[in-house]
Design a binder for this molecule. Structure first.
Ligand code: FE2
Length: 250
């Protein structure tokens, strides 16, 4: 009797352990709760009306509070779904999620960089003299600041549909050079050795409420609010330095 109850106890104990193991295996929520970062909206480093008259407070409030927030909300949802799909070994769902992750993560990356590379026109940071070393390389690359701005503006106005224009530093070994590049939709600058120095948002949501179809006027006026101090720091720093604002938003 004692023997059989011992066997029964062992059996039930085995079942109990097995069901615990099964329960652990069937709890993707615990898995993703431990491993998936949740991103939050980084605060603007100035007030919504601080970039007026060049960018209106209404645009800034919608752009930061609604558009940027939406990219983050969608990114967090996609990352959670991806973690569940990884845990469930569901490769089909993982592949299906990639485009959404790229688009919304790109939106979060680009806007996080953009807010930091703007500054009120009246501040010393908005003067190109705040970036002496960067200016030297701009002059060596394009001849002078005016010619650089002309080339940058042409790149911005050449974007078809939605996208971004960027001044980037490209590092190859010990060599480094500056380049103007454009990216489509929310594609971020994440190529090997590429450091974004400053970007300009060319989506209509960035200017239309104020400039309507006057895209060229927006492009002209954005120079009044470029943060050259941030640009100099990114030029002198590394990729990790440029993207530190993203880590801070987790
Ligand atoms: Fe935007």
């Amino acid at each position: 009797m004692r023997g059989s109850s011992g066997v029964a106890a062992t059996f039930w104990s085995f079942l109990s352990i097995s069901s615990s193991v099964l329960a652990l295996e069937q709890q993707p929520f615990q898995f993703e709760a431990m491993s998936v970062p949740t991103y939050t909206l980084p605060p603007l480093p100035y007030a919504y009306d601080a970039l007026e008259p060049h960018i209106s407070a209404q645009i800034m409030e919608l752009h930061h509070g609604k558009h940027h927030q939406t990219y983050i909300t969608n990114l967090n949802a996609a990352l959670k779904s991806q973690a569940e799909a990884v845990h469930a070994a569901d490769i089909t769902t993982q592949v299906a999620l990639q485009q959404g992750i790229k688009f919304n993560a790109g939106g979060h990356i680009n806007h996080s960089l953009f807010w930091q590379n703007l500054a009120p026109a009246s501040s010393v940071d908005a003067k190109s003299s705040a970036a002496p070393k960067l200016l030297k390389q701009i002059q060596a690359t394009w001849g002078d600041e005016a010619k650089f701005k002309e080339a940058f503006n042409a790149a911005l106005l050449g974007i078809q549909g939605s996208g971004w224009g960027w001044l980037i530093k490209v590092e190859t070994g010990k060599e480094q050079r500056l380049a103007i590049v454009t990216t489509k939709d929310q594609d971020p600058v994440v190529g090997k050795g590429e450091v974004p120095i400053f970007g300009v948002d060319m989506w209509e949501h960035a200017y239309y409420l104020q400039y309507l179809n006057g895209k060229a006027a927006y492009v002209q006026n954005i120079w009044n609010v470029i943060n050259w101090k941030t640009a100099e720091e990114r030029f002198l720093g590394t990729r990790a330095d440029a993207f530190k604002v993203l880590k801070a938003s987790i």
